[in-house]
Design a protein around this ligand. Structure first.
Ligand code: NCD
Length: 330
């Protein structure tokens, strides 16, 4: 299948892999979706599409042979850490995994700048997840090697947003003209902060549906208003469900609440069931960054519109593309 461009038209040819040290992302950090313009996205997704085909054809290949990725996770992760590891290994590279920082020198009080300056002595790229907003930017200030933000507290999760957008493109073959509804914890959910920003590169309508105390932060809404993106806010899914092309559900982020009683009042605010899906468009998709903790009933999983398991797989190809790009091999 030919890679699809943002406009829905088939994209030009095959991108042969090789040394691309003049490629736009060679040696760069990936810290925020704000770094990406439409043309960059076309490029990332064309490479990701090639990665998908290569994995289907040969499984593993040697594009990043001899390269080492340090994976430094100060917060829990299943998908992000394992898909980055799998991405590096499918490209023939190796991984230094530090995902239990309590067993590293972090527990002795080592600062983030010192930890990243240590890891870059051994690795070519550093993937970082950290509970504080701006931690990746701080790490990037000190590291000479590329730093990839794998989630900084309630800030951003750019690689997730890229894989979310790639999922929309691969599943629906376009982004322009779509109505995207984000549901759940829009205040603390970093994935929706990044995805909303990325979607504003396109001509989309975005509906935010959340309980009053978990609304999308005003500064993000203002930022998108500045780009002319149509946005609505409500607490009620039913009012927008029938028009929705992409329903993006998020988990209420318990670990971010200062007051556990507040969490109790909103934890079961929404639940997608087969009955909800019966009122949705026939050709819509249902997405979730996962993990889910009750927002989507398991009975929905067999609905072909449930795209969240495919979404995880798309994440592998996008992360392969990003690693190849920052290491100058795409
Ligand atoms: C998300 C995250 O860590 O922000 N998960 C992920 O990376 N796939 C969403 C979440 O934890 O709810």
């Amino acid at each position: 299948m030919a890679p699809i461009s943002m406009s829905g038209k088939p994209q030009s040819p095959h991108l042969p892999f090789g040394d691309r040290q003049n490629a736009p992302f060679y040696g760069k950090d990936v810290l925020s979706v704000k770094q990406f313009e439409r043309a960059d996205l076309e490029y990332v997704f064309a490479v990701a599409h090639e990665m998908r085909e290569m994995v289907a054809r040969v499984g593993t290949f040697d594009l990043l042979k001899g390269k080492i990725m340090a994976s430094l996770f100060y917060e829990p992760s299943t998908r992000t850490s394992s898909s980055f590891t799998a991405a590096m290994q499918r490209l023939g590279g190796c991984v230094i995994n530090i995902n239990e920082v309590q067993y590293s020198s972090v527990s002795k009080g080592e600062s983030l700048p010192d930890t990243v300056r240590t890891l870059e002595c051994y690795a070519d790229v550093i993937v970082l997840r950290h509970p504080e907003v701006g931690a990746s930017a701080l790490a990037a200030e000190y590291a000479e090697k590329p730093v990839i933000n794998a989630g900084d507290g309630i800030g951003e999760h750019p690689t997730q947003a890229l894989l979310d957008l790639f999922t929309i493109l691969e599943e629906l073959q376009r982004v322009d003209g779509l109505t995207v509804t984000m549901l759940g914890d829009l205040k603390y959910g970093r994935t929706v902060h990044s995805l909303a920003r990325l979607l504003s590169c396109f001509n989309v309508n975005i509906n935010y549906v959340a309980p009053e105390i978990l609304k999308m932060p005003a500064h993000i809404i203002e930022e998108l208003n500045g780009n002319g993106t149509e946005q609505t806010q409500s607490g009620d899914l039913e009012s927008v469900l029938a028009q929705t092309d992409v329903l993006y559900v998020t988990r209420v982020q318990r670990e971010r609440f200062e007051n556990p009683d507040e969490y109790e009042t909103v934890k079961d605010a929404y639940n997608i069931t087969p009955q909800t899906m019966a009122r949705a468009k026939e050709n819509m998709i249902l997405m979730h960054p996962l993990p889910r903790v009750g927002e989507i009933d398991m009975a929905v999983d067999k609905d072909p519109r449930a795209a969240y398991f495919r979404q995880m797989e798309y994440g592998l190809y996008v992360r392969m593309a990003l690693l190849a790009m920052v290491l100058g091999k795409s």
